[in-house]
Write a protein that binds this ligand. Structure first.
Ligand code: CTP
Length: 424
């Protein structure tokens, strides 16, 4: 453990909370760079993986060295970079064997069109291709993050290579879309470092929800009073987004119905943005027939104004206050829990309870009222907007506490708990 990580752990211990996860702790990643302008992003990726606790061993092709120097990658990884299969630093002069035997995964980012073609034919004329070929391919996974011009990407030869590399057992990451360094625009950019990092973390996650379709509601709702005002609440959406991410990492297909929040969509999650409780209900009911797990984390506004004024309500100077009348919003969770598929257990429903006091009693009562097998209680005022939380899981057998930790870690623990209940 490095000094910075130790200091963070110590601080967390003093605060009585679990330290943040170093999500690649103990993982040994060989990061291979091949020729492409996206090499500049590989520097950030290297840093991000190291920050998550991975040991990163960088290997570069001669073409990659035209775009970025080994000095940068050495400084960021804290290890000397290998770029030649004739590197005499290795006692046996077999860098390709030694590096590939020590790795938990080999990640080629950027992976050029030429490198994919070479891999496909088992070419091995430089260190990156040699170590990919020499790796024990049943034990050491190979992940490729393609990066190239849009025409190169869509060329039938490249697409043929992509399909064959998949068939040969490689994991092909997506490509990004947008402006390219050459001035053109389209598919073929390398994913952003944060996206590759999320994919790598997901790759190593146990697939406890494989085959499931998880539907999550997240964030607050906003109930308009007039075009410029409305009622909402302090929910940040962080817990729901963390749960959507954790479910996707666990191998599920994930659809998220999100109220108005500005959080980035987790990788691989289908997101539908809504504003009001009624919109959230419609969007949820449209997806529910295909879902197998429903997790209602949204802080749905309990009431909405009876009608929303078309124009801004103005003060008329008389001191007279506007008269607002409210009607109760539909209960999204209860509506889903009433569906026949939920009643038969085909759709496993999980509710949340945001309480201010008497958490256990309120959560138990809410579970029964909403007729869900699992209800997750938390104290609303101490969690809204925060990065950490404490959860109380209440089901027919009793209550279990998940102690204070980051929402990211709690989300993963909750997914494990849900998966356990599904297989029980
Ligand atoms: N919920 C919902 N639709 C609503 C209200 C709540 O789907 N209109 C869901 C929430 O997403 C959560 C659970 O029901 O999963 C409990 O929400 P909470 O706000 O704690 O409780 P309420 O049902 O609103 O009851 P109260 O405000 O009286 O505690």
């Amino acid at each position: 453990m490095n000094v910075a990580m130790f200091a963070v752990d110590l601080w967390c211990e003093m605060q009585g909370i679990l330290p943040p996860m170093n999500e690649l702790n103990g993982k040994r990643i060989v990061l291979g760079l091949t020729g492409g302008i996206a090499c500049y992003k590989a520097a950030e990726l290297c840093r991000a993986m190291a920050k998550e606790g991975a040991t990163v061993q960088v290997v570069m092709s001669a073409a990659a060295e035209q775009f970025i120097t080994p000095v940068t990658l050495q400084a960021l990884s804290g290890r000397t970079v290998y770029s030649s299969q004739w590197d005499a630093r290795e006692a046996n002069n077999m860098a390709h064997i030694n590096l590939s035997r020590e790795a938990d995964a080999i990640l080629i980012a950027p992976c050029s069109a030429d490198f994919m073609a070479k891999l496909l034919h088992g070419g091995a004329d430089d260190l990156p291709s040699l170590l990919c070929l020499a790796r024990p391919f049943q034990q050491v996974p190979l992940l490729l993050a393609p990066a190239m011009n849009r025409e190169m990407w869509s060329h039938p030869a490249t697409q043929r290579n992509v399909a064959q590399l998949r068939a040969d057992g490689a994991t092909l990451l997506d490509v990004g879309s947008g402006d390219q360094a050459c001035g053109e625009s389209g598919d073929g950019r390398m994913l952003e470092p944060e996206e590759i990092l999320q994919d790598l973390i997901a790759f190593f996650s146990p697939k406890t929800l494989a085959g499931q379709h998880v539907l999550v509601t997240a964030g607050p709702t906003y109930e308009a009073i007039d075009p410029v005002r409305g009622i909402t609440n302090l929910s940040s959406g962080k817990m729901g987004f963390a749960i959507a991410r954790a479910a996707r990492e666990a191998g599920a297909q994930v659809t998220m119905i999100a109220g108005p929040v500005s959080l980035p969509t987790p990788r691989g999650v289908a997101r539908h943005d809504v504003r009001s409780a009624c919109e959230m209900l419609d969007a949820t009911l449209a997806v529910a027939p295909a879902a197998t797990i429903f997790i209602a984390t949204a802080a749905v506004a309990d009431w909405r104004p009876t009608s929303s004024c078309e124009h801004k309500i103005k003060k008329d100077g008389s001191g007279q206050l506007p008269e607002l009348r409210f009607v109760e919003n539909p209960d999204v969770l209860a509506a889903v829990a009433r569906l026949p598929r939920a009643q038969s257990g085909e759709l496993f429903c999980v509710g949340f309870a945001a309480e201010s006091h008497d958490l256990l009693a309120n959560a138990q009562a809410k579970r029964e009222r909403k007729k869900v097998p699992l209800l997750v209680g938390n104290i609303g005022p101490t969690t809204f907007g925060q990065d950490d939380n404490t959860l109380l899981l209440v089901d027919a057998h009793g209550a279990t506490e998940l102690p204070r930790a980051s929402k990211r870690l709690l989300a993963r623990q909750l997914i494990v708990e849900i998966a356990r209940r599904l297989t029980a």
